[in-house]
Write a protein that binds this ligand. Structure first.
Ligand code: FAD
Ligand code: 2HG
Ligand code: ZN
Length: 440
């Protein structure tokens, strides 16, 4: 995003867990701060050194340790890139239980540390469920070996859960044991244009009912985001005349066991949506080839990349009731208009997209000529108060990092924050592990 600028003058790339342990012990003894870093794709400034802390990058620890094709359990170094793990699993007919646009750079250790959600959460659940065990170097250098491959293990407190989503503030994840699902035999997708936002909820219900267990993603793109994608050269996946004044778009993916059966279900679904008395969609495209399948996904997956090219993004990754996706985006746009900040001189676009199935909206506000205190003051705390008034979350999946430390209180009670501090104190009494992130 070009928003955060690291201050580190030392970056270390250990090759083994023992080296990580020695480095951390050395730093702990001298009270030197350590910033764990994976692929550096996080969107909340979590992996950068704010005050010359040492950056410890896991990129040189990138070996698969074991894979059991019967149980689907994969054990890997934390520095393995998500895409490499998918490639590794492919000949074994398995897939990673998570997928995100940053897959070519982000590391599994970074995914676990941010508790990344992404495009498959709807189907395979969160990392809190699929991670079976972790190996972690604690802030005093001790190696905590909890690299279990057991599906069931109720022997007291489940410590590994604390490190999932801790954003490197409790220790450095060096190894991961994770359950991977079998690769689906058939995968298809459709991209749909909807007349109104009001159609999204009934559509979601209809799709869930008709597709049942084969639905694997249900993603939302608003009109502004769709038009932006086209303006960045993506070929239209829908007939422009049929799209007309559609307010928003939905991408549905299916992953099932039988191509003919899945296609039949999808075709029946499309037909019923178009021929209903009040059609829920204007039009839709069902992918007919692997290339078209990718093209439909690109309309959703590449939005982050296009936004970078439009200007500087203010990103709000929020959980709100599904019915409020559009009204949250509209409220922010209206506020920018009221403040005289909407237009090519300041905020050129306000848009929403996200993971409908997870109630996770990505609200993006594009500052055409760069970040400015005036725009920020108009956005915050306005947005955080709006989300809190809906009992939402100010960080659905990207984490708190250094961006949202001040906003944590909008989604966590004082008591919760107090207990988070106590946990931090137990693990990291000298506050050397990723200082200035999550809790300040
Ligand atoms: P980094 O960015 O390097 O680090 C992120 C945080 O984790 C930092 O606090 C860091 O200190 C800590 N950390 C990293 N590695 C370790 C480790 N081994 N041990 C302890 N702490 C560690 N997120 C989603 O949830 N869903 C999405 O769909 C999604 N899509 C994205 C699409 C794009 C194009 C981009 C750029 C980002 C996207 N993200 C998404 C953001 C997301 O959080 C990450 O991309 C990813 O999970 C971060 O992994 P990373 O290896 O890059 O971690
Ligand atoms: C996504 O779902 C990512 O595409 C990034 O979480 C969201 O660009 C964003 O705001
Ligand atoms: Zn997302």
């Amino acid at each position: 995003m070009g928003k955060y600028h690291g201050q580190a003058n030392t970056i270390l790339r250990p090759r083994t867990t023992e080296q990580v342990s020695e480095i951390v012990k050395y730093c702990a003894d001298r009270r030197i701060g350590v910033v764990p870093q994976g692929g550096n794709t996080g969107l909340v400034g979590g992996s950068i050194s704010l005050q010359k802390e040492v950056v410890l990058n896991l990129g040189a620890m990138s070996n698969v340790r074991s894979f059991d094709p019967v149980s689907g359990i994969l054990v890997a170094d934390a520095g393995c890139i998500l895409q490499s793990l998918s490639d590794y699993l492919s000949p074994h007919d398995h897939i990673m239980p998570l997928d995100l646009g940053a897959k070519g750079s982000c590391q599994i250790g970074g995914n676990i540390s941010t508790n990344a959600g992404g495009l498959r959460l709807l189907r395979y659940g969160s990392l809190h469920g699929s991670v079976l065990g972790l190996e972690v170097v604690l802030p005093d250098g001790t190696i905590l070996d909890q690299l279990s491959t057991l599906r069931k293990d109720n022997t007291g407190y489940d410590l590994k859960q604390l490190f999932i989503g801790a954003e490197g503030t409790l220790g450095i994840v060096t190894g991961v044991s994770i359950v991977t699902p079998p690769a689906p035999r058939a995968t298809n997708n459709v991209f749909l244009a909807l007349p109104h936002f009001d159609n999204v909820l009934p559509l979601y219900q209809a799709v869930k009912t008709q597709l049942g267990e084969i639905m694997s993603a249900f993603e939302y793109v608003d009109r502004t985001a769709y038009d932006m994608a086209l303006s960045h050269g993506l070929g239209s996946v829908l007939d422009a005349n049929e799209v007309g004044d559609a307010q928003c778009f939905v991408l549905v993916e299916t992953s099932g066991g039988n191509e003919d059966h899945d296609l039949e279900k999808l075709n029946t679904l499309l037909e019923s949506l178009m021929t209903a008395d009040e059609p829920l969609i204007y039009t839709g495209t069902l992918s007919q080839s692997p290339g078209q399948f990718e093209a439909l996904w690109a309309m959703r997956e590449r939005l982050t990349e296009f936004i970078q090219k439009e200007g500087k993004p203010y990103k709000y990754d929020v959980s709100v009731p599904l019915a409020n996706f559009q009204s949250v985006v509209d409220a922010v746009r209206e506020r920018m208009i009221a403040k005289g900040l909407y237009g090519d001189h300041a905020v050129s676009k306000v848009m929403g997209y996200g993971h409908v199935g997870d109630g996770n909206l990505h609200l993006n506000v594009v500052a055409k000529h760069g970040y400015s205190p005036e725009i920020e003051a108009a956005l915050e705390p306005f947005i955080y108060e709006l989300i809190a008034s809906q009992k939402g979350s100010v960080s659905a999946e990207h984490g708190i990092g250094s961006m949202k430390t001040h906003a944590l209180r909008y989604s966590k009670s004082d008591t919760s924050i107090e207990w988070m501090r106590k946990i931090k104190q137990v693990f990291d009494p000298h506050n050397i592990m990723n200082p200035g992130k999550v809790l300040i």
